[in-house]
Design a protein around this ligand. Sequence first.
Ligand code: ZN
Length: 340
Amino acid sequence: MYFGSVKFFKHLILLVLGFAFLTLTILVIVFVTLWRVEKTRAVTVTAQYEELAARDELYIPANVTDQELYDALKKHGASTADILKMLQSDDPAALTELYKEQIFGLNGTVPGYVTDYPDLYVSGPAEFVAPASKTVYLTFDDGPSANTPLVLSILEKYNIKATFFMSVPEGNTESSRKWIQQVAQAGHTIGIHSNSHNYSEVYQSVDSYLQDLKNTSDLIESASGKKPDILRFPGGSINNYNRFIYKQLISEITRRGYVYYDWNVSGEDASTSATWTSIYNNVLRGMDGKDSAVVLLHDSSDKRRTVTVLEDLILALQEDGYQFAPLTNEVRPVVFSYLD
Ligand code: ZN
């Protein structure tokens, strides 16, 4: 009798074990396959990303790696198709919307920063006026530093008023306070630039930007007695670090009454390869054909070159028929493109 015999039970056990083994094997195969498919997708996305990045068609923050971005989007439930769509988008507005939705979940909700920093408001201009004709708006970023008084004395010699977008890097030191006061007393415009000037930190979120803005504003106000009402974003209003939040940043600071200024001529004096000649030529060539311009220069501590070229620049620009003026918040700003 086979059924019920010892042999039968042996076979039954073997059969059950066999099935269990088979099921386990199938499950392992399924999981490995799924995992590999997902991995292949990730690799495909990465390859596409690299190709687009190489063609300079991507504006992903420089501090975010493609894998981090992919993981972040994935974590927030984006499909691979959506991620590809986002990576390939040539419409930054749509891209930002998608990003906002995916990463920050801001879709349809009022962001918390709107009610934060209640004293971070200024009265904006009633309306903008066109920049004055044949006028150069010299702007000095990243100061004040020991170079600031040197810049001031050159400007004073030619009775020129300019604009200083301050970084106040050393914080509330006595020297910084003194330099800020000197700039204010000489009648120049002081604008906000940044407190930390650390792109990754400042542009981590709209909140971190506003915190940095407030720190800088407070330092300037306490030293100069005047609350600044114009600003320049570190790295300009659209850059690799703020590309996903630049629209929120701009709309938020504008809502608070601030006017921001980019530039349309740069001395490129922040470049490590800058020389006296390169700064001089960059500004003069940049001015070519322009009726007015906002010129970017720096007065931070390592920009002594800028000080040495400034007087000759002023003379050359005067020779070309330009006058100089400080920015005030009603001057229609020069801003980087793809905003409208
Ligand atoms: Zn700067």
